[in-house]
Design a protein around this ligand. Structure first.
Ligand SMILES: [Zn+2]
Length: 259
């Protein structure tokens, strides 16, 4: 059984110093590919460095909504140049109206610009959306979308939005947050996603699955993906092997179509 972690951050300071071990443990746990998503200008080179060093690491570059205030005047120029050079996917981009402080206008401007860049360059986009579904739907319904695909990572929207988003071409990636007891929406959304739009991720070093919290201080890492896949399997009444096979196929189709 092999697994594709559709969203993680190996460049994060909590993982990068031990990244050799992290990648080795991922391989031992069957996690043969990982999409490593950038979040701001100052980590894009680390993302590309990890992807050059480890064949299992697939790069994505983007400006996360949490970091829009820190962007430099040349951020878009730099992003375009690195995307053209590397062939990376676009991410992590999106809208977050949950974490304070929120600058809705700047987030929207950065998101729309990066969505357009993904569409123009023919790259898929990994999208973060928290408490901003009204604005997200408005943007998706009026803008050109990346023909190579778009993924809602750690999907936290309602099950009712799965069908209209799927209609727009969206994929849905689930993380360790579905293993948390207080998560009421997640399980219903997992069950609502069509097989050909389903993905799994760790969002390492965050969102550690509850079952892996035996060492509560250690950061989450891609090797924990099997716990997410097992929970998705349980919620869909399927085998973990089927979840692994389908999500692998979907992620390869999206992120490494020419490999
Ligand atoms: Zn993330």
């Amino acid at each position: 059984m092999r697994l594709f972690d559709s969203h993680c951050h190996l460049q994060d300071a909590r993982l990068l110093p031990a990244v050799d071990d992290v990648v080795r443990r991922a391989a031992a746990a069957g996690v043969e590919r990982m999409l490593c998503c950038g979040s701001a200008e100052d980590d894009w080179n680390d993302v590309l460095g990890a992807s050059e060093r480890y064949p299992a690491v697939i790069p994505a570059l983007g400006l996360h909504p949490w970091y829009v205030a820190e962007r430099s005047p040349k951020w878009m120029k730099m992003l375009r140049a690195l995307l053209e050079l590397s062939g990376a996917s676009v991410g992590e981009i999106g809208l977050d109206h949950w974490r304070e402080p929120v600058d809705e206008e700047a987030q929207e401007e950065a998101f729309v610009a990066q969505l357009a860049l993904a569409a123009e360059l023919g790259r898929p986009a990994s999208i973060h959306c928290l408490k901003a579904w009204g604005k997200m739907m408005e943007i998706l319904q009026t803008r050109k979308l990346p023909a190579a695909g778009m993924v809602f990572h750690s999907y936290a929207g309602p099950a009712e939005l799965v069908a209209p988003l799927a209609e727009l071409g969206a994929y849905f990636s689930f993380s360790g947050s579905i293993t948390r007891e207080g998560n009421k929406r997640g399980p219903k959304a997992v069950a609502a996603v069509p097989w050909d739009r389903l993905l799994v991720e760790t969002d390492s070093p965050d969102l550690k699955p509850v079952i892996a919290e035996k060492a509560p201080d250690s950061p989450n890492e891609p090797a924990n993906l099997v716990h997410v896949a097992a929970m998705v399997a349980r919620l869909r009444g399927a085998s973990v092997e089927e979840v692994a096979a389908r999500t692998w196929q979907n992620a390869v189709h999206l992120f490494t179509p020419n490999a």
